[in-house]
Design a protein around this ligand. Structure first.
Ligand code: GDP
Length: 173
């Protein structure tokens, strides 16, 4: 099963996106920032192409804090096993130096990378995505993991990146 990993700094909305893609009505997101210490896995079978979705604890590259260091390790493991990476950024907070660092690191992995600017809750917030183009990534998608804005566009892109089922069966997977 192809692995799709959700990575990003604490509190950007990774768990919210995880739940959104799972299609759960009730979110299982904790209110405490960065509480997802371990990786959470779920098989997502609602779209044409099934995949394994991995949620990670917050990725804070510059921090020396022990908990954050653990989460960073978890993120790195998830990135290594991922076929596709969903990088979640905070469109309300704006572009931060950490974001630039995370993107530098992800670029080295040379895997399909979708950059999601989250907390863009409606068309009026979309101007907030502009500054993220400074990251120099090919694809920046506005998203509201909490309210659903941009989710269908994300799913379309995911389906394009995921291998068709029949191709995988032929490969004996
Ligand atoms: P994580 O630490 O990256 O997993 O972030 P969470 O999913 O726990 O979300 C952190 C906070 O951001 C929570 O208070 C969420 O309700 C809020 N949040 C997540 N997605 C959105 C969004 O699309 N719009 C807004 N306005 N808030 C969001």
């Amino acid at each position: 099963l192809p692995v799709v990993a959700i990575v990003g700094r604490p509190n950007v909305g990774k768990s919210t996106l995880f739940n959104r893609l799972l299609g759960k009505r009730k979110a299982i997101v904790e209110d405490i920032p960065g509480v997802t210490r371990d990786r959470n896995y779920a098989r997502v079978d609602r779209f044409g192409r099934p995949f394994l979705l991995v949620d990670t604890g917050g990725f804070e590259p510059a921090s020396e804090d022990r908990l954050l260091a653990q989460m960073r390790e978890q993120s790195q493991l998830a990135i290594e096993e991922a076929d596709i990476i969903l990088l979640v950024l905070d469109g309300k907070e704006g572009l931060t130096p950490s974001d630039v660092e995370v993107v530098e690191l992800l670029r080295r992995h040379d895997k399909p990378l979708l950059c999601l600017v989250n907390k863009i809750d409606g068309p009026r917030d979309e101007a907030n995505t502009a500054e993220f183009y400074a990251l120099g990534l090919d694809e920046i998608l506005p998203l509201s993991a909490a309210h659903g804005h941009g989710v269908s566009d994300l799913i379309v892109r995911l389906e394009e990146l995921l291998p068709p089922v029949r191709e995988r069966e032929r490969a004996g997977d």
